[in-house]
Write a protein that binds this ligand. Sequence first.
Ligand SMILES: *Cc1c(COP(=O)(O)O)cnc(C)c1O
Length: 344
Amino acid sequence: MANMRLVLDGAALAENWRALDRLSGAATAGAAVKADGYGLGATDVVPRLARAGCADFFVAHWHEAQALAGLVDPARLAVLHGIAPGEEAVAVSGIAVPVLNSADQIARWKQAGGGRCHVMIDTGMSRLGLDWRDDIAGLCAGLDVDLCLSHLASADEDSAQNAAQLQRFEQVRNQVAARRYSLANSAGIALDGAYHFDCTRPGLALYGGVPCAALAEQIQPVMRLEARVLQVRQVRAGDTVGYGATFAASHDMRTATVSLGYADGFKRALSSIGGFVGAAQHLPLLGRVSMDLTCIDITAAPGLGEGDWIAADLDLLKVEAATGVSQYEWLTQIGRRFDRLWVD
Ligand SMILES: *Cc1c(COP(=O)(O)O)cnc(C)c1O
């Protein structure tokens, strides 16, 4: 057992999916579960979302699809990165459906004898997908396309790029006879209903991230980091705390050394600005975050002692604003040393 745990709220996860599905209007919400379910654990996340009613799942890599074997209908599990050379065999094995991103990927799929597939169209992000200005009808000829998708670059901003991408996607839609069309990620759901099409693909907001103000009221936090106090000490006026002695105590204080550090994703960017919550108080972080340890001022929580569990004060929106590190990075860079404790 680790002295750190991720406490995960399964009911909040399910409720977030239902809220996003509702907000998707006539479209059905799927779920982006790449990067191990944004760090929360894909094999725990997926069955909970499936029970809530989610049917379409998106991962980036084939090994991520393999890890979900038996948990989802392979026909509804999409691999966003498609087929790199050498991945033909796994791509036609039936464990998931590739999202074809380029003429080469389409050729590899056909060569391998692949059947139903998805197609990604790049409508202005210049990242993955067929260029919307190319002969999309020609490139997709002979393909059995389930989902035709594109991805918004600036959905979390009030940007003219959104309308431009929507218009390009509308145009492409007439050239690909797909069963379903899909454009919106989490923030895209909060844009106009015109962005919803048949299927939406939220990730961040499922896990408690808030990509735009319009979703703030609808989304609940899912994840809490907790760690144990390893030692309580009296720091005297003039003593310094941690590497580089960046904090010097101006008065005597009671401090706790907590079993959580930047190797666990509790980033050094939090040094001097982050904190924990104990006895309903914010307990400020002192000095730098170490690799495996963090020191905090617990003067305001006199009952706190060695061995006690306390929670990091890690509101994703607030830490993003305070550190400039995105909510996506906070979630996906959570370390692997935690015990995961799901409460439903
Ligand atoms: C990651 C990803 C999503 C989910 O995006 P969020 O911003 O996390 O909601 C949707 N579609 C594609 C293609 C993605 O890569």
